[in-house]
Design a protein. Structure first.
Length: 119
């Protein structure tokens, strides 16, 4: 897990993991998932999430050439997060109920080649 700061204050964290079940994302190849959480509501909607994700993907995920995709799975109702992920380049791949949470989930993928074309 990685924490990030604004003005020397911890405001959120990011974690990454290998995606074991690629079916919901509709992709193939070695993929990592990410989860992002901004804990202080004063920092929501300020453009921090896309900047942090972009830097994190560049430095900690796609620095490994074997990783072909980055996956993220916000709830359908979390439109703020979905819009932030779109700014980074994530694309919608599937909408389905998550097996673990039973929540309607908006599965999104950022392919390696798309990240480096748009960076």
């Amino acid at each position: 897990m990685f924490t990030f700061q604004k003005n020397n204050q911890d405001i959120g964290y990011l974690q990454t993991y290998i995606v074991d079940d690629l079916e919901p994302y509709k992709v193939e190849g070695l993929s990592k998932g990410i989860d992002l959480f901004i804990g202080d509501a004063n920092f929501l909607g300020k453009g921090i999430g896309p900047k942090v994700i972009n830097k994190f993907i560049n430095e900690y995920i796609f620095n490994d050439e074997k990783i072909l995709n980055v996956c993220i799975d916000p709830e359908v109702r979390n439109t703020r997060a979905i819009n932030a992920y779109k700014k980074v380049g994530f694309r919608h791949s599937n909408t389905a109920y998550c097996n673990t949470s039973n929540l309607l989930t908006y599965y999104m993928v950022l392919k390696r080649q798309d990240f480096f074309v748009n960076s």
